[in-house]
Ligand binder design. Structure first.
Ligand code: SF4
Ligand code: SF4
Ligand code: SF4
Length: 239
């Protein structure tokens, strides 16, 4: 604070009261992005004005080496205790994320089929077809989007749009959604789009053992599963 004093609030307590991080951040399991070349953060820095850098790939190592050689960075090796503290915080955040996921899942799933239908209908009935969700989504990069009127899949001119409008986008992105929350943040009528898509994504991740955004060399499952595979009797998508 301006007078030099400090105030601290417990994040868990704040979030129980509805404050704190965005809901996407709360349920994120990847608090240290080790799928990137370098993962930088404050955990483990013990309040010092330094950044903890984890090198996660050959490319990250080269980049860091060049930055050091060019004089942009000064580095020191972290102690064992510091590394353990960082790991402890990561484990705690991971467990908290699973707790938030369960809370979100219960909130949406502890309803009868009729209640679910009525809830989602009332949500999507508010849609003004602004395309904000599609335009903000990093997965929605198609040049010839199927939501456009000239694709003849969504009847033009209707507000709220035909049910095909949300259904097309949801089915297109649910296997590769990275839980960034941009679609929900962009929605002017605050439809919980990301919450729904993320929960569907967790189901698909469980069935196909695929984690979006982690390994770019592996295609999302619904891009690779064939019609023939889906009709095989030995494939039990419910288990
Ligand atoms: S949360 Fe998923 S669907 Fe929404 S913008 Fe991000 S990647 Fe796209
Ligand atoms: S809604 Fe489907 S077709 Fe349109 S941009 Fe997104 S993924 Fe592509
Ligand atoms: S951002 Fe919201 S209102 Fe706009 S098209 Fe998407 S769901 Fe509809």
């Amino acid at each position: 604070l301006r007078d030099g004093t400090q105030k601290a609030k417990d994040l868990d307590e704040l979030e129980r009261r509805g404050y704190g991080r965005r809901e996407n951040c709360r349920r994120c399991e990847f608090n240290i992005p080790r799928m990137a070349d370098l993962a930088c953060g404050k955990w483990g820095t013990e309040g010092r004005k330094v950044t903890f850098i984890e090198v996660c790939s050959e490319r990250g190592s080269e980049l860091l080496e060049k930055a050091i050689q060019a004089g942009y960075l000064e580095v020191e090796k972290p102690s064992k205790a510091v590394v353990e503290e960082r790991e402890r915080k990561d484990r705690k955040a991971f467990e908290q994320a699973l707790g938030w996921q369960e809370r979100d899942r219960k909130e949406l799933e502890e309803r009868s089929t009729e209640e679910k239908f009525s809830y989602w209908k009332s949500q999507f009935d508010q849609c003004i077809k602004c395309y904000g969700c599609r335009d903000a989504c990093p997965i929605c990069y198609c040049k010839d989007c199927e939501l456009e009127a000239d694709r003849n899949l969504v009847p033009p001119g209707g507000v709220p749009p035909d049910v095909m409008f949300p259904m097309i986008r949801i089915t297109h992105v649910m296997d590769s959604c990275v839980n960034c929350g941009q679609c929900q943040d962009a929605c002017p009528v605050e439809i919980p789009l990301s919450k729904l898509i993320f929960l569907l994504n967790r189901e698909l991740a469980r069935i196909f053992k695929y984690e979006p955004g982690v390994d770019v060399s592996i295609l999302p499952p619904l891009r690779t599963v064939t019609d023939e595979e889906l009709t095989l009797e030995v494939v039990d998508l419910a288990s």
